[in-house]
Design a protein around this ligand. Structure first.
Ligand code: BES
Ligand code: ZN
Length: 791
């Protein structure tokens, strides 16, 4: 996700959540003046401060990169006795109750390679302040619960830096002497300093507009380097789509008259939600068919959406302190997931997200990096932009949504925003809003409490659900016994979680049975059990024949579900479950069981074999009329990853896992060659390339078939790859063929890599892919290759 450099000058100091104190001073207004020059930048800051505690001194964050030039209080320069300057602090001794502090500092953006604070790269001045970068720009109370109204003036050389941007609305601009000019920006919404931004450079702009539901016209601008100006169209459409969706689904409307995005090549993270002026890593903006893959197109939509959605969940309502990071990130990831689900396919999006969660977040939560969604302490906040805070955080929001339902959840959102607009708040405040909405709704259990639910925020580890079932034909009852265990990393004082378990019961024909529990009836399509105790039994009545339970539908909680499904049950669910997630899950369980069995054989020195029933399953799924959706088929046809298999083993045997997975891939390629070839042919979308979920799905399926064919490494497969590489009119096909050839270790790979290099050496983002393919090849020569490439 983010790879931020550690500041080596910082002494390790632990910050604790329970030490939180409200800020001793507030800063209502901030006036900034930036004089951008080649050697250094001069920053003048005018802060309107007011004491709101009994603390005597004002301690501002800042340094060591700041060189203080002037300092004045209410326009009077301070004497040396009135302040003290420390390596990372400026202390103003006993200032008045209310005053204006003026400082001037000098910084060196062109020497700033940490890419935090203000930096210059490719002749573009650009800022990144989250989490604690603002203190590298000026002396300030650099904490998110200080919310201020900003006016920012930027002055620079007109030719070199024709574009001067900051947050809010442009209120003044003009020319100055010596070929220089200035622009003044005002942002009417109080904001924390971490979403302050400044950009200056010679940039191209793509302009469009959006009319909000209340009829206001918002100007939309996407800035990029001139040679990339033709690659911003997709991002613009994504932005318009996101704005429309947020109005429709969350009733949230954009608040300024202008929304700007800037794409830069050198950026620590993916993108940043600065108020009215998002800054993006160019790979999440730039796309054209020849250089961007379907995945890139998808990524752009979701990241553009994500940063836009922060406008309400992050910018207007922000975090009290950095422990609350998931308040904005978990919620905004949930929102961007829902955006993608609503505008493409819900089932497919869910499968992709759960795959990522299980492959990446579960291991994080089971290893030495395990930490709660809301950590209790940190040394370096930059190291807490983790999968747990983001992805598990989004799952926590999703569970609330599952329990409350869309209508009540949206009522909770309305309460949250109305109550906290312009404030810096905590995850408890969010849960409280949801609890209040739940209690106001008719469908709630009385009283609805989310007390136990909050444990999700404070306890690490993936909980486990052990479920047993028994059917009593005489009584006509079916009983599920559910036992929960906190994850191994939950700690010794682990508490029990409140887990929403969505389920349905299927009869032998695959119909969903009516659900009767304790005299109450629930819809056959599914109900939610609230698992809160260590062990609990649920007895369903009027069940004549032993049903097959479809458990944890839609992956209704981020837990590990242990239920002893027979392979017959799984084959049945794979065919009949109405819940697409569980259908896919049944296939994954079958494959996992089979692969693990053969891994065992491999380790025991018994000749492993690709099991026949797995080949059969692949054959069934590959038949044209199995399912109309190509992406869903591709998901069903994807073997569990090596990461996922590793997580299922006590001791991870990397070699065994890799060999067995390859053995299966080879067997599939060999045994199902003609079906794979037909599927490949039938799923080649018409030219010219256009990005849309449907044709992206067909390309995904087709290229998956190609990779199975290549696993068998027939001459036919190699020829097919080479032809695809030659004829491709889009980067998805070109890259898939190149990757397959390279990763299979084909002798042809050097030649095709060289051709690709020749063709794309001037496209930075494409070259990134060229490096990545080689660095991720599962070959013994990879390490050597990476060393060569580094030269
Ligand atoms: N606020 C973050 C970006 C960020 C955080 C930048 C900390 C620098 C330091 C932004 O909203 C974000 O979460 N970006 C993600 C992409 C997103 C789609 C999950 C990223 O940059 O990876
Ligand atoms: Zn974010």
């Amino acid at each position: 996700m983010k790879y931020l450099p550690k500041d080596m000058n910082k002494k390790p100091k632990t910050t604790f959540l329970h030490d939180y104190q409200p800020p001793p001073f507030t800063i209502n207004k901030v006036n900034l003046h930036f004089k951008l020059e080649e050697e250094y930048t001069t920053v003048r800051a005018e802060l309107s401060l007011r004491r709101c505690s009994n603390s005597r001194d004002l301690i501002l964050n800042g340094g060591p990169d700041l060189k203080l030039l002037t300092i004045a209080l209410d326009k009077r320069p301070l004497t040396a006795e009135e302040y003290s300057l420390e390596p990372s602090q400026l202390i103003i001794k006993n200032p008045p109750q209310e005053f204006i502090l003026q400082t001037t500092v000098r910084i060196k953006p062109h020497e700033n390679t940490a890419l935090e604070g203000l930096y210059r790269s490719n002749s573009i001045f650009c800022s990144q302040c989250e989490a604690e970068g603002f203190r590298k720009i000026t002396y300030f109370l650099d904490r998110p619960d200080i919310m201020s109204i900003y006016t920012t003036t930027i002055e620079a050389h007109s030719d070199r830096y024709p574009v001067l941007l900051s947050n809010g609305n442009l209120i003044e601009k003009g020319s100055l002497d010596n070929g220089r000019h200035f622009a003044r920006w005002h942002d009417p919404f109080p904001k924390p300093c971490y979403i302050f931004a400044l950009v200056a450079g010679d940039l191209a702009v793509l302009t469009d507009s959006f009319t909000t539901k209340s009829g206001r016209s918002v100007e939309l601008q996407i800035y990029s380097e001139h040679h990339n100006a033709d690659k911003c169209g997709h991002a613009m459409r994504a932005l318009q789509k996101a704005m429309a969706w947020d109005e429709k689904r969350f009733n949230l409307e954009y608040d300024l008259d202008l929304y700007m995005i800037v794409a830069v090549d050198d950026f620590n993270a993916g993108a940043m939600e600065n108020k009215g002026l998002n800054i993006f890593n160019s790979k999440y903006i730039l796309a054209r068919p020849q250089t961007a893959t379907d995945q890139d197109y998808e990524g752009i939509e979701s990241v553009v959406g994500h940063e836009y959605f922060h406008n309400w969940t992050g910018d207007r309502v922000t975090c009290r302190d950095w422990f609350q990071l998931s308040l904005k990130e978990g919620l905004t990831v949930f929102r961007d997931q829902e955006f993608t689900a609503d505008t493409s396919s819900r089932a497919i999006k869910r499968i992709n997200d759960v795959t990522a969660l299980r492959n990446l977040q579960f291991p994080e939560d089971a290893g030495p990096m395990a930490h709660p969604v809301r950590p209790a302490s940190y040394v370096e906040i930059n190291n807490f932009y983790t999968l747990t805070v983001y992805e598990k955080g989004a799952e926590v929001i999703r569970m609330l949504h599952t329990m409350l339902g869309e209508e009540t959840f949206q009522a909770g959102m309305r309460i949250y925003i109305a109550r906290h607009d312009g404030q810096a708040v905590t995850t408890e405040d969010f849960v409280q809003a949801m609890e209040d909405a739940w209690n106001q709704s008719a469908a709630a259990p009385v009283p609805a409490s989310l007390e136990q639910f909050k444990i999700w925020y404070d306890q690490a580890g993936t909980p486990r659900l052990y479920i047993n079932s028994s059917h009593d034909p005489d009584a006509g009852t079916f009983t599920l016994t559910v036992r929960q265990e906190p994850g191994p990393m939950a700690g010794s004082a682990a508490r029990l979680s409140h887990i929403p378990l969505r389920l349905a019961l299927l009869d032998r024909q695959g119909n969903e049975l009516n659900l009767k529990l304790k005299g109450r009836e629930y819809p056959a399509s599914g109900m939610i059990l609230h698992i809160k105790k260590a062990t609990e039994s649920f007895t369903f009545s009027d069940i004549k024949e032993a049903p097959i339970p479809s458990l944890l539908r839609g992956f209704s909680a981020p837990v590990e579900l242990k239920y002893d499904y027979s392979r017959d049950d799984l084959r049945f669910l794979l065919r009949h479950d109405q819940d697409p997630f569980n259908r896919w899950e049944a296939g994954q369980r079958l494959m996992t069981a089979s692969l693990l069995a053969q891994i065992n054989n491999f380790q025991a020195g018994i000749e492993p074999q690709a099991e026949e029933d797995i080949i059969d399953i692949f054959r069934t799924i590959l038949t044209p009329d199995f399912h109309p959706d190509a992406t869903f088929k591709a998901q069903l046809l994807t073997l569990p990853s090596e990461d996922y298999l590793s997580a299922q083993m006590q001791e991870i045997d990397v070699e065994a896992i890799h060999s067995i997975r390859e053995l299966y891939r080879r067997a599939i390629g060999r045994r199902l060659e003609s079906l794979l070839l037909t599927t490949y042919r039938d799923n080649t979308p018409p030219r010219p390339y256009t990005y849309n979920p449907e044709s992206a799905g067909r390309r995904r399926l087709k290229n998956l078939c190609l990779s199975y064919l290549m696993a068998a490494r027939t001459d036919k497969a190699v020829a097919l790859c080479l032809r695809q590489l030659d004829e491709a009119d889009n980067m998805s096909d070109e890259l898939s063929a190149l990757t397959t050839l390279t990763h299979a270790g084909c002798p042809e790979r050097e030649a095709v890599l060289a051709i690709f290099f020749e063709k794309w050496q001037h496209e930075t983002l494409v070259m990134d892919k060229w490096f990545a393919i080689q660095a991720t090849a599962p070959l013994t020569t990879t390490l050597e290759r990476v060393k060569e490439l580094m030269k």
